[in-house]
Design a protein around this ligand. Structure first.
Ligand SMILES: [Zn+2]
Length: 341
């Protein structure tokens, strides 16, 4: 049985000492044998081995490049995405304070310190990303998008400037994905209690008539917002698409919006409603390793093998079997990323 970790960062330095072992554990992730649930299951189920394949997600040029290197080294197990994370968008006057590290904790502009050893703000250069995207193991552009969550503490003019810059940089990556016929790996986080960044994201995609698949990584929005994404006209089979709806031109491509969920669903009930709402064939599994490990590994460094726990929880909330979750999510990821599974 294969599971796909659709969003992971095992190229980050936090794995430098044991990356090989992490990948080996992913290859042999196994299922159930150590849990009560396994013991209660048919012996048949307990025997299943699970191999986890990984989409290693870039967050700037350097981590995109290291993701590609990893994909070259493990051709059967790892694929790469290349992109520029919205939290790297720093106005020039703040770059200096970031470099000295003094305001790093308060501003938290960075994706985070696990991402790289250097504290220099990464540069954005679309030509550099375009060059990286040519590599045959690159299956999507991103993670890129909009993050308004961390702007809450900033003064309004600064927040406005950062949002504008984020949009400008995001749009260039959307256009690159469109040009190269690749999926988009989205990082989108609204300000607390709102769907503001998701509304802006949808608007941008519709305005340029984006026609590739879109993966919204770790979706935290409302059911209503998810409905808008699902109904956005990327779909060939919805009534709205058939009637030439919002974006009829896109309908013929059969692209759509997909949502990933990770470890947090194993210890928070906040996502049950949205998981029940989104069709299983629009959901992908992720770890977002090294962040947010699932139960029973909570608080530790996350890794792709732990995705088994998230898959189990998804099965429970969806009220389907583990096998069904594996079958559908792997098939979907295979199609979106065009994996030779
Ligand atoms: Zn990520």
């Amino acid at each position: 049985m294969i599971l796909i970790d659709s969003h992971t960062h095992i190229q980050f330095p936090v794995y430098d000492n044991d990356r090989e072992a992490v990948i080996e554990r992913a290859r042999n992730a196994g299922v159930y044998p150590h849990t009560k649930r396994a013991l209660a299951l048919e012996e048949n189920d307990a025997r299943y081995g699970v191999g986890v394949k990984m989409i290693c997600v870039g967050t700037q040029a350097s981590t995109s490049e290291s993701a590609i290197k990893l994909a070259e080294k493990y051709p059967e197990d790892v694929w790469a995405t290349i992109g520029y994370h919205p939290n790297h968008v720093v106005p020039a006057q703040h770059a200096q304070t970031l470099r000295t590290g003094r305001r790093l904790a308060q501003t938290n502009w960075y994706h985070d310190q696990k991402e790289q050893k250097s504290a220099n703000p990464p540069r954005f250069n679309i030509e550099e990303l375009r060059r990286l995207a040519q590599h045959p193991k690159v299956v999507a552009i991103g993670e890129c998008g909009l993050d308004y969550y961390r702007l809450a503490a900033s003064d309004l003019p600064l927040a406005t400037r950062v949002k504008e810059k984020q949009k400008e940089i995001f749009l260039q990556q959307v256009e690159l994905a469109q040009e190269l016929n690749k999926a988009l790996m989205i990082h989108c986080r609204p300000s607390k209690g709102t769907n503001d960044a998701y509304e802006d994201l949808l608007k941008i995609l519709q305005e340029i008539k984006f026609s590739q698949n879109v993966i919204i990584h770790f979706y935290v929005g409302s059911v209503e917002m998810a409905r808008k994404f699902l109904d956005a006209g990327f779909y060939p089979h919805t009534k709205r698409a058939l009637s030439g709806g919002v974006n009829g031109a896109n309908a013929r491509y059969g692209a759509g919006v997909y949502f990933t969920f990770g470890g947090v669903i194993t210890f928070s009930r906040d996502y049950d409603e949205i998981i029940k709402y989104i069709p299983l064939d629009r959901i992908l599994l992720e770890t977002d390793a090294p962040y947010v490990a699932p139960e029973p590994y909570r608080g530790r460094r996350n890794e792709p093998a732990y995705i088994v726990e998230t898959a189990k929880k998804l099965a429970e909330v969806k009220n389907v079997s583990f096998e069904k979750v594996a079958e559908i999510t792997t098939k979907t990821a295979g199609q979106i990323f065009k994996l030779p599974l």
